[in-house]
Design a protein around this ligand. Structure first.
Ligand code: NDP
Length: 341
């Protein structure tokens, strides 16, 4: 039986990774920031109680944050590092986004090298923000992004505003991870998972409407009528379902050939308009709050880059759910949390 460490298990994506790991027979230690979050996860997975334990890691930015978490008997063979801040309500991008992302990533790599010599692979949740350059002219029309691309954003640009800060946090953290492996030559290899906007159902034991994760917020806004006078531009135009993304983490952990590789995990294009169309078709109770036909509805820009997901399909064997299923399941989960009441 394989034993793995999963960081940030109270998050939207990691909660799906945790569920899949347990279903596949792994013994899992997870990290969260509070006792209350740990207890909610244990309660939700009672049937796996012999295979589940946790360590509190209150702030991944702190030196030595993971030193105890990586020590285990029986020992770990793999680690999935998902924890990293993803919210845009920050006043200081450096201390609130960039430092936790970079220090957290280097912290887990360093702790593993020092204290967990049995670990063979660390899968790191990076982002399409580490790949796509949002400043390419004409939205990158005519260009196809692959795992060979890096967003050119610098630390200085990352300090300018929260959304730059988030992009820089993901790019700099991932770069730091690859540099660590090259310079330190540890016993393990790494694989990075680079998703764009992630949509899909939220687990009721990690979410509430008031603390919904960042990437699903736009869908909650639509069903709460906040875009009635017009939907904003989509901002990002590629997406993936959280369940497919969770599976990609585990496939990247298990597949020998995945070591040393980045994986661009995306189903393809989406727009706010397409999300709104799915809600209009499937949830009559929310139609009155959606933008009128003559209002801006967040469609596609004129030119647009392409995204190549072929490595994820060929090497990991990943298949992708469509936007309709993902948005429908997300809205159902929001209704269960009380949306529309
Ligand atoms: P969530 O906000 O739901 O999850 C983030 C997790 O990281 C939470 O468990 C959070 O803990 C933990 N965390 C954040 N900062 C710290 C810190 N300083 N110390 C300890 N723990 C911390 O977001 P997602 O699930 O969406 O994101 C998970 C990962 O996926 C991140 O690495 C993110 O960058 C990446 N990603 C997400 C995308 C998306 O669209 N959702 C797209 C691309 C990449 P707590 O719950 O206690 O705050």
């Amino acid at each position: 039986m394989s034993r793995v460490l999963l960081t940030g298990a109270s998050g939207f994506i990691a909660s799906h990774v945790l569920e899949l790991l347990l279903q596949r027979g792994y013994s899992v230690r997870f990290t969260v920031r509070s006792e209350e979050k740990a207890q909610r996860l244990l309660e939700a997975h009672k049937q796996y109680k012999d295979k589940l334990d946790y360590v509190l890691v209150k702030d991944i930015a702190q030196p030595g944050a993971f030193d105890e978490a990586v020590k285990s008997d029986p020992p770990f063979t793999g680690i999935l590092n998902v924890a990293s801040p993803f919210h845009l309500n920050v006043t200081d991008p450096k201390t609130e986004l960039i430092d936790p992302a970079v220090n957290g990533t280097l912290g887990i790599l360093g702790a593993t090298k020092a204290f967990a010599s049995t670990v063979r692979r660390i899968v790191i949740t990076s982002s399409s923000a580490a790949i796509v350059d949002p400043n390419k002219p004409n939205n990158g029309a005519g260009y196809t992004y692959t795992e060979n691309d890096w967003n050119p954003i610098t630390l200085e640009e990352g300090l300018l505003n929260p959304s730059n800060g988030y992009r820089a946090s993901k790019k700099l953290a991932e770069k730091a991870a690859w540099d660590f492996v090259e310079q330190e030559r540890p016993n393990f290899d790494i694989a990075t998972i680079n998703p764009p906007l992630v949509l899909g159902p939220v687990k009721p034991y990690v979410s509430s409407l008031s603390s919904l994760n960042t990437s699903n917020e736009r869908v909650l806004d639509f069903i709460q009528g906040k875009a009635k006078n017009g939907a904003p531009p989509s901002g990002v135009y590629i997406w993936v379902d959280v369940r497919d993304l969770a599976l990609s983490h585990i496939l990247a952990l298990e597949n020998l050939e995945a070591g040393g590789k980045r994986f661009f995990i995306t189903e393809g294009y989406f727009s706010n308009q397409k999300i709104i169309d799915v809600i209009r078709e499937n949830f009559p109770q929310f139609v009155a709050g959606l933008p009128e036909e003559d209002q801006p509805n967040g469609g596609y820009p004129q030119g647009l880059y392409k995204a190549d997901n072929s490595r994820s399909k060929q090497l990991l064997g990943l298949t992708y759910r469509g936007l309709g299923v993902s948005v429908t399941d997300l809205v159902k989960s929001l209704v269960e949390l009380g949306a529309g009441r």
